[in-house]
Design a protein around this ligand. Structure first.
Ligand code: NCD
Length: 339
């Protein structure tokens, strides 16, 4: 069994070596998706089910594409179009999906901890695709992969695996309600980056000591010292609106326009997990500029999620915390083993 374990519930399930091992496997799958027929039989005969109780454009379609590119059967369930809308419990839904034959469940839910609970109810592997304000581990992994591909030799001067060693990352916006901020901070820090969380005081985490990051209510001084500027959406659906006087004021103080873009170092990049509220966290001109890696993040998400599903469902080899060997490259279905 892969040392990733049976589930991916938190970025804590992978140590630094686990993240690095997973990125290596993702690189092989990134090559697969460039082929004329971008598919391998790694999960042929297996079933991946997505269970989304929150709306999603990128994450759900990315997981489903990843599963299809691994030749898995895909079963897609959303709250509105399932018996959950008739009041069926998550537990009964999960058990039903397993009875149908799901080997992996990709779960998104507005309540923190639901994927952990789901993992107790099923024999299937569970992937947390975002639980409330808690975690979104595959977003953090695809962001690391995107930065590795972009910087290659190292954003902070480190080389090879040390692509984030010494890099300065600023995560800006609604940190308080962001599962992306929590997973990304942990992943970036474990790869050697220094992270600053910036935003209005009301949207910064209350217990600063719990996060391995510096906090700043001022944006502009941070911009001059940033290699990676990671912008976050105001989580209106989680009530973020009441934490700031208005989105207009937030945009004025923390939004990125061309003037603030000019404060970044020449090689610095902008990231965003999407969806973007244009005119709030950044202007359209910034969103569409070549400094933004947002579409690279989406593109790379497929290969990263292929790697996650491959490791969980096919048990692709030891890459997690306790790994003492390399990933099982060459295992049946591994890209290159079956061309
Ligand atoms: C994020 C999410 O849902 O947590 N989006 C994503 O997964 N790409 C961020 C957000 O919704 O703002």
């Amino acid at each position: 069994m892969s040392a990733l374990g049976r589930h991916l519930l938190s970025i804590d399930d992978l140590g630094r070596s686990g993240i690095e091992g997973l990125l290596e496997i993702a690189a092989s799958f990134a090559e697969v998706v460039t082929r004329d027929i971008p598919k391998v039989p790694a999960l042929k005969g297996r079933m991946v089910a997505t269970l989304f109780a929150e709306s999603s454009t990128r994450t759900r379609s990315s997981f489903e594409t990843a599963a299809k590119r691994l030749s898995a059967d895909v079963l897609s369930l959303t709250t509105v179009a399932s018996s959950m809308a008739k009041g069926e419990s998550v537990k009964d839904t999960v058990r039903t999906l397993r009875a149908i034959g799901a080997d992996a469940l990709v779960v998104r839910h507005p309540a923190e901890g639901v994927p952990v609970q789901v993992a107790r109810w099923t024999e299937a592997s569970v992937v947390n695709a975002g639980d409330g304000c808690h975690e979104h581990p595959t977003q953090a992994l695809l962001d690391c992969f995107t930065l590795q591909r972009h910087f290659g030799g190292g954003a902070g001067g480190g080389g090879g695996q040390g692509f984030l060693e010494g890099a300065r990352v600023a995560i800006v916006g609604d940190i308080l309600h962001s599962r992306v901020a929590r997973s990304c901070t942990k992943a970036f820090v474990s790869l050697g980056a220094r992270v600053t969380l910036a935003g209005p005081k009301t949207l910064l985490p209350t217990f600063a000591g719990e996060w391995p990051a510096e906090l700043s209510c001022e944006l502009e001084p941070v911009l001059y010292e940033t290699d990676v500027l990671y912008l976050l959406r105001m989580q209106r659906e989680r009530g973020a609106g009441v934490f700031v006087p208005s989105e207009r004021e937030f945009a004025h103080l923390y939004g990125i326009d061309e003037r603030r873009l000019g404060m970044l170092a020449g090689k610095a990049v902008i990231m965003h997990p999407g969806p973007v509220n244009r005119g709030v966290e950044m202007t359209s001109a910034v969103a569409d500029s070549d400094r933004s890696l947002a579409l690279d993040q989406v593109h790379n998400g497929v290969a990263v999620r292929m790697a996650v599903l491959y490791l969980l469902v096919a048990g692709g080899g030891a890459v997690g915390k306790e790994a003492d060997g390399g990933p099982a490259i060459g295992a049946p279905g591994f890209p290159g083993a079956d061309r």
